[in-house]
Design a protein around this ligand. Structure first.
Ligand code: PMP
Length: 411
């Protein structure tokens, strides 16, 4: 039976209509980067062909249009995550830059002896900036640990939060295990201790309907390229009163009010955090991506991803040479499956699977503390999005048997 929905969406993505190593491409590396539908390619192309000019600088028509395009994109992002004000949306390059901005600027809000709480499920982007802040300001960096089913319990959070916890930073969804964290409940608990709540939404925003006001998080970071948009455009959301308290991260053109020889004053939000010429074509592409996602509906997309995940997980669980590194049930998990084949390194696995035209990720997935915690050296990882199909999952499962054969193991 053909996967009607997946095949329907797939038609919107020109890149997917190609052969890799003589086979039609199966793209299962969506947690790393997603593909762009025609509408996103066209929006970026149209901007470059008809508008391209430096925004905010100069009164000529194209500059004004470029400014409008950029600010329209900001307004779209605001609505997408249901932020209250456009000034709360800062454009950055990606999640990594958003988190670095925060960790640098939050220096102003912490004192020696304060604690930062993160989890062992985090991507390096949500670890290293906090390590740096902890080192600079002499803070303690503490970790939440997940259980055997790759979930972090509320009891663990209760246990680790103290009166000194000033920052609590957690991912909405793990890019390795696919674990979805109960952000709303976690934020509530952290706020009871007066901690500021930061969420790494790199894997959340693309797949989970996200309302920053309902979740009541203080800061939220995500990347355009993981949600059908261009690379080089990312977002940092922050509550206005908090962003106003933070000093700028990068300094230069575009973020000032007055500059004197020895000192300067800064522009209001959001420009205060947007030094230098921004990535307008990226913002325009991100807007088109959001419009495309909204037209289909994130709930519908998630349902499709979960169906593929359920289908793949059930089959993989039956293979005795497959070990899954993530929750085995479908509750609170997304369309990411990390796994190993017994006695086969994940790089070999990915290479052989690639010879079948199937793109999967292998390695430590920029989450070495997680890998160490579970005693893993590396894993293979498949991650789904709206344009993937059941037929593709079948081809992937068949390719696993091939990997076993190449290594001389019977299937
Ligand atoms: N956090 C998570 C959970 C991620 O999956 C990723 C990307 N793999 C990042 C942060 C970093 O995103 P970017 O490379 O776009 O900055």
């Amino acid at each position: 039976k053909k996967d009607k929905l997946g095949n329907k969406y797939k038609k919107d993505f020109p890149i997917l209509n190609q052969q890799i190593n003589g086979k039609s491409l199966v793209y299962f590396d969506n947690a790393a980067t997603t593909q762009k539908p025609e509408v996103v390619l066209d929006a970026v192309d149209n901007y470059n062909r008809t508008i391209n000019a430096n925004p905010h600088r100069g009164a000529h028509t194209l500059s004004v249009r470029s400014t409008e395009a950029y600010e329209n994109a900001r307004a779209k992002v605001k609505d997408f995550i249901n932020a209250e004000k456009v000034e709360e949306i800062i454009f950055t390059r990606n999640t990594t830059e958003s988190l670095n901005l925060l960790a640098n600027s939050m220096e102003a809000l912490v004192e020696e002896g304060d604690e930062i709480l993160i989890s062992a499920l985090e991507h390096h982007s949500n670890i290293l900036p906090w390590q740096q802040l902890a080192e600079r300001k002499n803070l303690k960096l503490k970790y939440l640990y997940p259980d055997q089913n790759y979930r972090i319990s509320m009891a663990e959070l209760k246990d680790k939060l103290t009166d000194k916890t000033r920052i609590f930073s957690i991912s909405q969804m793990s890019n390795v295990s696919g674990t979805i964290n109960p952000i709303k409940e976690m934020a509530e608990l952290a706020h009871q201790k007066n901690a500021l709540v930061v969420v790494d939404g790199a894997q959340g925003a693309p797949h989970l309907k996200t309302d920053v006001r309902d979740l009541n998080v203080d800061f939220y970071a995500f990347s355009g390229h993981k949600m059908l948009g261009p690379m080089g455009i990312g977002v940092l959301y922050g509550k206005k009163d908090l962003l106003e308290k933070l000093p700028p991260f990068l300094r230069g053109g575009g973020m000032i009010e007055y500059v004197n020889e020895q000192d300067s004053t800064y522009a209001p939000l959001p420009e205060k955090f947007e030094a230098g010429t921004p990535n307008v074509e990226g913002a325009v592409g991100l807007q088109a991506a959001i419009e495309y996602l909204e037209e289909i509906g994130l709930d519908k997309i998630k349902e499709h991803e979960l169906e593929l995940t359920k289908y793949a997980l059930e089959k993989m669980k039956q293979l005795d040479f497959v070990e899954i590194a993530g929750p085995l049930d479908l509750e609170d998990r997304g369309g990411i499956i990390s796994f190993n084949l017994k006695d086969i390194h994940s790089h070999d696995l990915a290479t052989i699977v690639d010879s079948e035209g199937i793109a999967i990720r292998s390695g430590h997935h920029c989450a070495q503390p997680l890998m160490k915690f579970y005693g893993l050296n590396s894993t293979g990882r498949v991650s789904f999005y709206l344009y993937n199909t059941k037929e593709e999952v079948d081809r992937f499962l068949e390719s696993l048997e091939k990997v076993r054969e190449v290594f001389g193991y019977g299937s």
